[in-house]
Each structure stands twice: as C-alpha cells, then as structure tokens.
Design a protein around this ligand. Sequence first.
Ligand code: NAP
Length: 296
Amino acid sequence: MSATIIDGKAFAAKVRGQVAEHVARLKADHGVTPGLAVVLVGEDPASQVYVRSKGKQTVEVGMNSYEHKLSPDTPEAELLALIDQLNNDPAVHGILVQLPLPKHLNEDLVINAINPAKDVDGFHISNVGLLATGQKSIVPCTPLGCLMMLREHLGSLAGKNAVVIGRSNIVDKPMAQLLLRDSCTVTIAHSRTKDLPAVVRAAEIVIAAVGRPEMVPGDWIAPGATVIDVGINRIERDGKNVLVGDCDFASCAEIAGAITPVPGGVGPMTIACLLANTVTAACRANGLAEPEGLTA
Ligand code: NAP
C-alpha cells in the first residue's frame, strides 16, 4: 500500500473540538447555547442508531439536544406542526428530520417546511439554490466533510480534475457544487456514463458515492489521485458482517496518493459537520461572527 490514509475519525475529533471551543465561547460571552432538534419518524434501526449518535455527540460538545420520536404512522399534518413549533422556538438553532421518512410522508414537503436558517442538513430548496449560485448557505454535512478533508490534504483545489461518481441530491450534486466553487474542473458520472473507468482515470480527485460495494477497482484510479470513498455498504464476508465502501480499498490504496478508509473516513465527518452547521446557524441567528474553518 502506498497511499496516505486520510483519517476521518481523527479529523472529526478535531472538528468536534473546534465546535466545543466555540460553543463554550458562545455561552460565556453571549449566554447562547446552540440547540439541535432531531426528529425521527418510525423505527428504522439504522436511523435509530444515527439519531442516538447525533444526540450523544451534540451533548458532548456542550450543545442542547432535543429528540422528537414519532410513531411510524404519524400524519403529515402532525409532523408539519412539530416543524412549525421548532421553527418558532428560539432555543432551537438547527432542525434535522432523519431520512428516509415512511412512505406516506412527502419528503420534499417536509424538508421545505423547515426554516432554511435552521436547516442544518442543507437540503432545503433555498439552501440548495444558494449553494448553486455561490451564496452563503448551509452546506449538506457529508459533502462538507469531504471538502474539509480534501482541503486539509491537498491545500488549494484550484484547477484539479475531479469526478463525482453518483448524482444524488444529498451527496453528489452539492459535492460537485463545492468542488466547482473551489475551482476544480468537475465531472458528474452516473449509471448512464459511458466508459466510467476512463472518466475516473482522468481525475486527480475521485469522490465515490454510489452505494455499490467495492465497485471502483484500483486500475480505474490515476496514480497519485486523492480518493474520497463516501459509500457505506454492509456485506457478508467470511461469515461476518463487514462495512465496505464503494471503492476496493486494497487495490485503490496501491495506486492512489491518498484515500479515505471505510469505516473511519467520511462517516465520522458527517456528524462532526452537523455539529459545525448547528454552531454556525446559532451564530447567524444571533448576529455573531461565525467560527472559522467550520463551513465551506
Ligand atoms: P443514491 O441516492 O442511491 O445515489 C447513488 C448514485 O449512484 C445515483 O446517482 C446512481 O446513478 C449512481 N450509480 C448507481 N450505479 C452506478 C454505476 N454502476 N455507475 C455509476 N453510477 C452509478 O445514493 P446516496 O444516498 O448518494 O448514497 C451513496 C452511498 O453513500 C451509499 O453507500 C450511502 O450509504 C453512502 N452515504 C454515506 C454517507 C456518510 O455519512 N458517509 C452519507 C450519505 C450517503 P443514477 O442516478 O443514474 O441511477
């Protein structure tokens, strides 16, 4: 293996430390305690794990955590009424509705009911539009974490060829916007892309967010490229359940200059960036200076 391993776990701990310092200053100097409300509808086991972890980390950095657990058959009007209540609660600076929602609920309608200034997932149509037009917005957590790791590892990204594999709204499109904003030349690839291996081989930065275990082999990677593997796939190997990314780690690490592992790469950064977005939202709500280095 020749690639440098980009340690998302350590980086996330550093980001959480910065968030905690800023929260302490907000409390001491301004009497403001940032608050994050997380809404979970239903009993999806993976979502329950994420929500627990978000609540725990929120408290650990000194912020207030408000958890709202609703039954799987909650009517849309009831969920919208809760969002309205949170929108109007001055103690709540960030609102996150855990996705996916049960099928009877309209995800777009629910997300767009959140006050964009409190939309710490960055999925509200206003935040999407602000990001796309290069204006100040709240940036989705997973791509924000990827960008932070790229900047830390590469310094300036200007002029680099980047490929984003996948065109999802939550990861790939905002990722492409952020790379473009940092002056990369960006290609977005997807399931209909012709000759994907050649497209990936032309890239100095590869972001893989496909959801297909180990789809990208090492011989697609340009020597020295930086590989950010967003995929989280649970597979069975040698009779055990293991987590793997969208890249074949062993062969990619032979060729790449740097690579994020799975687990321990992008995953931990996502919650750290949620906390960063919440402290940023709390500063903006109170007309205070935003913490440096915690947003795009
Ligand atoms: P998604 O909405 O299912 O999107 C997957 C994208 O991959 C689609 O745009 C699809 O293209 C593309 N794709 C599928 N097969 C392909 C192929 N053979 N070649 C090229 N592109 C292909 O997935 P997502 O929500 O973005 O998540 C992607 C992965 O990231 C998942 O493993 C997920 O668990 C992980 N994830 C991780 C984090 C984290 O915190 N680390 C956060 C979010 C997601 P089409 O549009 O053409 O179908």
